[in-house]
Write a protein that binds this ligand. Structure first.
Ligand code: NAD
Length: 253
């Protein structure tokens, strides 16, 4: 079965940097036309330029993914221009690291707006087109912390657990329309988000203590799985939670 995405349209949220950028590049390399959505215009333009340099097709959508009304308008316009979103990678996310008792309400609300609410409503905006075409791929990016737990960070972990539930529900509701929904669960991966929260020393300590493969994940480790889940080859896989994590966690998801 083919991994070729020629003729397909994909949108990756938070695709300017890190895991999202790697996903956008992998999907473009497989032949998809990719919308690089990001709140950071410089990062988004750089990602699009890199894709185009390699002969890929990419457009930018500069917006705050939490502004779901703007997202809906942009999708309507894009589809009116005869483009399509067959693949949605709900990747944009913000980290935190705060302890339970220190989390302020506005911080909690913002984190849930980006990490949960946007995932729900971005999918809601693209699913009607997928249903009409009877083909679609919804891929949520969660976190290993949501599966195995972690001391501290309960708002981030709760948010990342919620998107696993969305994918499980979408998988069963949307299966009759040829739409699959899965969740990718990265272990600790070398990205700007991780650099902001982990010193090199803390990251090495984490690797030594918890990752049998002896290294952090690279964004491409996650993107390779996303490209597979986006492809025709994954057509019978839906509602699953799959974790590229260097064997850091091997239990049931
Ligand atoms: N890096 C890891 O170790 C790791 C582990 C588990 C899960 N994740 C998840 O993977 C996803 C990507 O993480 P990353 O490490 O690549 O992050 P990152 O911070 O390195 O990159 C995130 C990208 O999303 C964009 N973004 C942030 N807020 C946005 C918003 N409101 N609207 C649109 N774009 C926005 C940023 O501008 C940036 O380009 C996140 O959902 C994160 O929770 C990451």
């Amino acid at each position: 079965m083919s991994h070729d995405l020629s003729g397909r349209g994909a949108l990756v949220t938070g695709a300017g940097m890190g895991i999202g950028r790697a996903c956008a590049e992998a999907l473009a390399a497989a032949g998809a036309r990719v919308v690089v959505q990001d709140i950071n215009p410089v990062a988004a333009e750089e990602a699009v330029a890199a894709i185009r340099e390699r002969g890929g097709i990419a457009d930018t959508l500069i917006s705050d993914v939490a502004d779901t009304a703007a997202f809906r308008v942009a999708i309507t316009r894009y589809e009116r221009d005869d483009h399509r979103i067959d693949i949605l990678v709900n990747n944009a996310g913000i980290g935190s690291g705060a302890d339970f008792v220190d989390v302020a309400e506005d911080h909690y609300d913002r984190l849930f707006a980006v990490n949960v609410r946007a995932v729900f409503f971005c999918a809601q905006a693209v699913v009607p087109g997928m249903k009409r075409r009877r083909w679609g791929r919804l891929i949520n990016v969660s976190s290993l912390q949501a599966v195995r737990g972690w001391p501290g960070n309960p708002h981030y972990i709760g948010a990342k657990a919620a998107v696993i539930g969305f994918a499980r529900s979408w998988a069963q509701e949307l299966a009759p329309f040829g739409i699959t929904a899965n969740t990718v669960v990265p272990g600790l991966t070398r990205t700007p988000m991780v650099a902001a929260h982990y010193s090199d020393e803390r990251a090495s300590e984490h690797v030594r203590a918890t990752i049998p493969m002896g290294r952090l994940g690279e964004p491409s480790d996650i993107a390779n799985l996303v490209a597979f889940l986006a492809s025709p080859a994954s057509q019978f896989i839906s509602g699953q939670t799959i974790s590229p994590n260097g064997a850091a966690f091997v239990g049931a998801m």
